[in-house]
Design a protein around this ligand. Structure first.
Ligand code: NAP
Length: 353
């Protein structure tokens, strides 16, 4: 008899602690597939949803945004994916589409097959981190949009911004790692980033040309440090960290008519608007499924398997947390404690005790 129930990490009600419990295995409607989730990535937003109740309209709620697994069933109209395919995808803020559970629904329009050179754990590092980097750089402009650059995965996109300087603040973060890699594909050079000294080689392996240790060079001194490399202001800044001091430094470094992308609410500039000197501020929303992001999301997911197989894009470094779903809450606390450095935390929902 087919399984009808699964284990999931539930938030029983707003701001209540996580608890492992049972919920129904959903069935895929038109255009969706059901995935047995073998690996899920952890993100800072997951604990914010649990603690503050954002993005969780119904309780009990399931969260989790990054998944890799095997397709168990397909809905009507799905032609690009088959039962048994190994896939990864970005979850959504609806419990059936979230990833801290053993089975989830995925939209077949934005899903990618796992290339042979990568594991379930590795590709589970990709969806939110890459989505946030890509949508910030190549997403359409808008209140919660991107900078509308031309993507490297489209015809003629490789090296399109050849020789232009970029600053990626937070190069050791998941989002920062992908922003550096995309910047490299887009031809930006130099690619300057901020990270702790211990993560210098991690950032250079992603494509950074200069790594500035933000623990010894404070953000107030960053404009001078960047100017030493570039000789002056630069046309593009991606601030993966977006704390007030990194935002202010990025704004100062940005040239008139340049673009700056923030992952958190801007304290400088106005999201989706140009300042008087033409500096454009983007406040990215890293979900490929929103109406504004779907088109860019689909064009990227259609190319992802090949980009990963060629090594043009690489997953984050991983650390697998123990105890399946029940190990996730303690691991999420590490984001608040600043105890995640240069690594993506991965959990295995099928190991749920
Ligand atoms: N807007 C959106 O849709 C969206 C989507 C995803 C994420 N986010 C936000 O984007 C941020 C990054 O997310 P993530 O998942 O990439 O985080 P993460 O991987 O957990 O970030 C951890 C890394 O941040 C680095 N870091 C911390 N403070 C820093 C600073 N002041 N300067 C430079 N690097 C610093 C650390 O580098 P070292 O170890 O080298 O010190 C650490 O490796 C989070 O605030 C997250 O909430 C927003």
């Amino acid at each position: 008899m087919a399984l009808t129930q699964q284990k999931a990490l539930l938030i029983p009600e707003k701001s209540a602690p996580f608890v492992v419990g049972l919920r129904a295995i959903p069935s895929p409607g038109p255009g969706f597939v059901l995935v047995k989730i073998l690996a899920t990535g952890l993100n800072p937003v997951d604990s914010a949803i649990q603690k503050f109740g954002i993005f969780a309209p119904e309780y009990p709620a399931v969260v989790g945004n990054d998944a890799a697994g095997v397709v168990e069933a397909i809905g009507s109209g799905v032609t690009n994916i088959q039962v048994g395919d190994k896939v990864f995808y970005q979850g959504h803020w609806a419990s059936d589409r979230s990833t801290f559970q053993q089975y989830g629904l995925a939209d077949a329009a934005r899903i990618a097959k796992i290339p042979d050179n990568l594991s379930f754990d590795e590709v589970a590092t990709i969806p939110l981190g890459l989505g946030t980097a890509a949508l910030g750089m190549y997403g359409k402009k808008g209140d919660r949009g991107g900078a509308d650059l031309y993507p490297p995965w489209e015809e003629g996109g490789i090296a399109k911004y050849n020789g232009q300087a970029i600053l990626v603040s937070g190069g050791a973060s998941s989002v920062g790692q992908f922003a550096i890699q995309l910047a490299k594909l887009s031809g930006f050079n130099p690619i300057i980033t901020t990270a702790s000294a211990r993560n210098e080689s991690y950032c250079k392996a992603a494509g950074a040309t200069h790594v500035i240790d933000y623990r010894s060079v404070p953000y107030s001194d960053l404009p001078a440090a960047v100017a030493k490399i570039t000789g002056g202001p630069i046309p593009f800044v991606y601030d993966a960290i977006s704390v007030p001091e990194s935002q202010k430094a990025g704004w100062e470094i940005l040239a008139p008519k340049g673009s700056i992308v923030f992952t958190k609410q801007p304290v400088v500039g106005k999201p989706g608007a140009e300042a008087e000197d033409g500096k454009y501020t983007a406040w990215v929303f890293g979900l490929v499924h929103t109406e504004e992001n779907q088109e860019v999301g689909k064009s990227m997911y259609d190319k992802l398997t090949d980009l990963l197989a060629e090594g043009a894009l690489k997953p984050n470094r991983i650390e697998v947390v123990p105890d399946g779903l029940s190990g996730i809450p303690a691991a999420l606390e590490r984001f608040f404690a600043g105890k995640v450095s240069g690594v993506k935390l991965i959990a295995h929902p099928q190991d749920a005790p």
